[in-house]
Design a protein around this ligand. Structure first.
Ligand code: 3AM
Length: 178
């Protein structure tokens, strides 16, 4: 099974984000119920490894904290822009949480993640979207912001692919201390 760890987003935040999901040609928009902030991609694992990851994640201790969203960005450049996303504001605590998640997974036997962490909410995956259209889109939405909301848990998701749609199913939730 294909797993990743993420911060889930409240419904009202996902509804705000859904308002950004239009106006880019050749975009595959993320459905609002699938929106999240990935903390750590785990990848394909068997049932035993999934149980070990779950046990390790259940050991993570961290306070609940506030975070907001602000701005629009993208990964890739020129004709190879792969995705557009909403940025995270005040991500210091999220970075700490992500470090704890990373340490827990490495202790559970996963290879360390060496790529830099760029907290974001993916809005769309793109293929050959003209750069000018992306510029117009970013300019139109650059003032986007969501007021801080409380993150009270993080989640282990399974990514399933079925008839052309991807579905993220929450396998386990880990509360942050209130
Ligand atoms: O939060 P986002 O949507 O940016 O891109 C995938 C998605 O991130 C990422 O894991 C999240 C849940 O699918 N992902 C997929 N394959 C990946 C890989 N091989 C990956 N991240 C890193 N390495």
């Amino acid at each position: 099974m294909r797993l990743f760890v993420a911060a889930p987003l409240p419904l009202d935040v996902r509804e705000r984000l859904a308002g950004l999901c239009a106006g880019l040609p050749r975009a595959r928009w993320v459905e609002p119920h699938n929106m999240h902030i990935t903390l750590r991609f785990i990848g394909e694992v068997d049932g035993d490894a999934a149980e070990d990851a779950d046990a390790a994640l259940a050991q993570v201790r961290h306070q609940a904290f506030d975070l907001g969203l602000a701005g629009i960005g993208h990964f890739g450049s020129g004709r190879r822009v792969r995705s557009v996303w909403a940025g995270v504001e005040g991500a210091e605590e999220l970075v700490h949480l992500r470090q704890k998640v990373e340490s827990a997974l490495v202790r559970a036997g996963h290879d360390p993640e060496h790529r830099k962490f760029h907290p974001h909410v993916t809005l769309a995956r793109l293929k050959s979207t003209p750069a000018a259209r992306l510029g117009d889109y970013a300019a139109a939405h650059n003032g986007f912001a969501v007021a801080p909301f409380r993150l009270e848990r993080f989640t282990l998701f399974q990514s399933r692919r079925g008839n052309e749609r991807v579905h993220y199913e929450a396998l386990a939730e880990y509360p942050l201390a209130g």
